[in-house]
Design a protein around this ligand. Structure first.
Ligand SMILES: Cc1ncc(COP(=O)(O)O)c(C=O)c1O
Length: 440
């Protein structure tokens, strides 16, 4: 094992030298752009947020000309990699035909039909622009359909940055002690009453207790089918089936937030992967192939409240032709040859996970690889977590040092331990990544 794990001070000095152009730009941006970044989480990049000039396939080039193998994929959307030709072609064509109409066009029903064809719960579909927005729509729809005001969420699950859902996302140990079983707000200024009832992931007894206490007020249970945002923790055997059963029995809606799992695990997302069909599901990230698009898909009887205008669904840029052209090209590319792209993605994921595990274990690190196919989490801890609280046992500082060393070697990973693969990644690039890890 190297000094301080992965030689963090030497690595930081090296990155500061070769990425000086990024640092200069970041310092300039701090004078005008609040925090120097466009989304708060990007501030956590170490040693400083990088500036990129170009993305192509699985590679990114920064403003100093350094080339990186990219396992961040813009936090998930780029399932086909950067600037894929199939998406570029239709974007160029649609740019020339008009950017947005605020009115109907063929791509709306074409993409809706494509989604209907592959997502099990998608009897009806509607569009918005971000995951945060579409989660607000689905929770509003659930309240309207059931006439109930609260919803149940799981600790560590992320459903966007609106007040109503930005609770108990990654609470610290101190916050957990302070708030007890009450939802923990993530930032200042949030409304105190989110409507959330929060329990731990994979805890049947806690779900049953929440239903006993709040059942008549619960409009929905919402979850990421795999807890991708906190450690890529899978559902325990039978847990999703249990959620399906208890929601059905109590007239509560089951919502899968498939913003990450959708079109990433496969065309049918987590619901097809696990064989559990929710009433409603939300999608963003991969479905737009890199353009801003989110989707609500659900059972016709529930979606009827949107169809008949009882529940308001609005948005100036909803369903714009550029986002939908990108979605159509993305879905068609993924669906070609019976979804052959997914077989490759899953094989690459296995190769990368296995290689990382073998190499880091041989170096003496306790490492957990959670997740499946093209999205997974690498954590330095001794046993696989089954809920958010167990992720607190991971050595986050060691992972951060590891990520810094990778950056220095030209491999870009997210600061939180999640890795994404795209159809543009190759077995050779994965092997190169593993060879680099060997040398750390
Ligand atoms: C599961 C999940 N839901 C919702 C969101 C919010 O999506 P957006 O960032 O597009 O608002 C995210 C974003 O990471 C997510 O991972």
């Amino acid at each position: 094992m190297g000094e301080a794990g992965f030689d963090a001070s030497r690595r930081e000095a090296s990155v500061r030298r070769k990425a000086a152009g990024s640092l200069a730009r970041f310092e300039r941006a701090l004078g005008s752009l609040a925090g120097g970044v466009s989304s708060g989480l990007r501030r956590s990049a170490r040693p400083f947020p990088m500036y990129f000039e170009r993305g192509a396939g699985a590679q990114l080039t920064d403003v100093d000309g350094n080339v990186y193998l990219d396992y961040t994929l813009a936090w998930g959307p780029l399932i086909l990699g950067h600037a894929p030709a199939a998406v570029n072609r239709v974007l160029i064509e649609h740019l020339e035909r008009g950017h947005t109409f605020g009115a109907q066009h063929d791509l709306e029903y074409e993409v809706a039909e494509l989604i209907q064809g592959c997502v099990p719960c998608a009897e009806r579909v509607c569009f918005a622009n971000s995951g945060t927005e579409i989660v607000q729509l689905v929770l509003r729809l659930a309240r309207a359909y059931t006439g109930r005001t609260k919803y149940l969420k799981f600790e560590g699950h992320y459903h966007g940055w609106d007040d109503s859902v930005l609770v108990s996302y990654k609470p610290s140990r101190e916050q957990l002690a302070q708030f007890g079983d009450q939802p923990v707000p993530v930032g200042a200024g949030q409304r105190p009453h989110s409507g959330a009832v929060v329990v731990e992931w994979n805890d049947r007894e806690a779900v049953e207790a929440a239903f006993r206490e709040h059942g008549s007020d619960l409009s929905a249970v919402i979850c990421e089918p795999i807890l991708c945002n906190s450690g890529c923790i899978p559902p325990a055997a039978g847990f999703l089936e249990f959620l399906r059963e208890i929601t059905e029995r109590t007239g509560t809606l089951l919502i899968f937030d498939e913003v990450i799992t959708g079109f990433r695990l496969g065309l049918g997302g987590g619901q097809a992967h696990f064989g559990v069909t929710p009433d409603l599901a939300t999608f963003a990230k991969a479905v737009g192939g890199g353009l801003p698009l989110s989707v609500l898909a659900g059972k016709a009887g529930v979606m009827e409240l949107i169809a008949n205008g009882t529940v308001v669904h609005a948005g100036t840029l909803n369903g714009n032709p550029l986002a939908l052209a990108a979605a159509k090209a993305t879905i068609e590319t993924l669906a070609a040859n019976d979804g052959a792209a997914y077989a490759t993605l899953w094989a690459l994921g296995d190769q990368l996970r296995e290689g990382l595990r073998t190499s880091l274990t041989a170096k003496g690190y306790a490492v957990v690889m959670n997740g499946v196919g093209p999205v997974f989490q690498l954590s330095f801890q001794s046993s696989a977590p089954s809920n958010y609280r167990e992720t607190l046992l991971a050595d986050g500082k060691l992972y951060s040092d590891f990520a810094l060393a990778l950056l220095d070697e030209g491999v870009l990973v997210l600061p939180d331990g999640r890795w994404y693969l795209s159809t543009a990644h190759t077995a050779e690039q994965v092997a190169r990544t593993l060879a680099i890890v060997e040398t750390l």
